[in-house]
Ligand binder design. Structure first.
Ligand code: ATP
Length: 247
């Protein structure tokens, strides 16, 4: 990884295990959390990848909430709540921040994006013109993928901290490639990204670190990551693999 850069917004997190009284219940029962002590973030892009249910959203949400974002997503000014189910993990995390304070930020989670879009419409009624920052059109009046993409293209401006949970959820493969280009522009404008993803396309962005959750957080190279290997094997041997899958 690039040498620690105090100009990044979040340098690392530390789990304060001494404060945890029991590792039996969620989220402390998750192997990824039980084994967590310190996790260093890349100054530009940090990917967290791994199987379903390994704890990617749990850790991302805790980092976002500890940083002051609304657990359901949005900017740090969003404070709506439709479903108060976020874990207490953030209370046990120590954020090691860098020297710079971001001028922008967004916590995007695919699963509650609908509620964020509703909140943006409500804010537009209170403060007309706000929608221009989101492409000038209600996110509800765009397709799921269009609205996600609109957010990346218009709302994410630079010098920002962006925490994204499965941003590929609604994006076609070609839009995922466009997302890499946009991410690169934003990185060059001083942004830091922390991204949980299943997308072998998005996680190809080179100026990054990839943590793959198995029992803990393991730093892996792109080609070593399971998502990459499985997708590559499938595309290179589709017929063979289908024969096995639907035999
Ligand atoms: N509020 C909750 N209470 C109890 N268990 C939970 C809660 N939220 C999540 N879990 C469990 O914790 C585990 C990790 O969930 P999490 O959503 O962090 O996984 P993930 O790696 O993001 O998965 P995916 O790739 O499917 O999005 C899962 O087994 C899930 O069922």
């Amino acid at each position: 990884m690039e040498k620690v850069n105090i100009n990044q917004y979040i340098r690392s997190i530390e789990l304060n295990s001494n404060k945890i009284s029991s590792f039996v219940e969620y989220p402390f029962c998750l192997p990824a959390i039980r084994s967590l002590s310190i996790l260093d973030f890349h100054p530009k892009v940090t990917f967290i990848v791994g199987e379903n249910g390994t704890g990617k959203s749990t850790i991302l949400e805790a980092v976002a909430v500890a940083y002051g974002f609304n657990p359901e997503g949005g900017t740090r000014n969003f404070n709506f709540s439709s479903n108060d189910t976020h874990s207490k993990l953030y209370e046990y995390l120590k954020l090691i921040k860098g020297a710079k304070i971001p001028k922008d930020g967004f916590f995007l989670r695919a699963e509650s994006f609908y509620n964020v879009a509703t909140n943006i419409d409500e804010l537009e009624r209170e403060c007309p013109g706000l929608l221009n920052y989101y492409g000038g059109k209600s996110l509800h009046n765009q397709s799921h993928g269009e609205s996600f993409f609109s957010l990346f293209m218009n709302r994410f401006r630079g010098e920002g901290l962006y925490i994204l949970d499965e941003p590929e959820a609604a994006l076609s493969p070609s839009r995922q490639m466009s997302m890499i280009s946009r991410m690169h522009q934003l990185v060059q404008r001083g942004c830091q990204f922390i991204i949980a993803t299943h997308s072998p396309i998005i996680m190809a962005y080179p100026d990054s670190v990839i943590y793959e959750i198995k029992h803990g957080f393991n730093k892996v190279k792109y080609e070593e990551a399971e998502h990459y290997q499985i997708m590559k094997a499938f595309l290179n041997n589709t017929e063979k693999m289908l024969n096995v899958l639907i035999e």
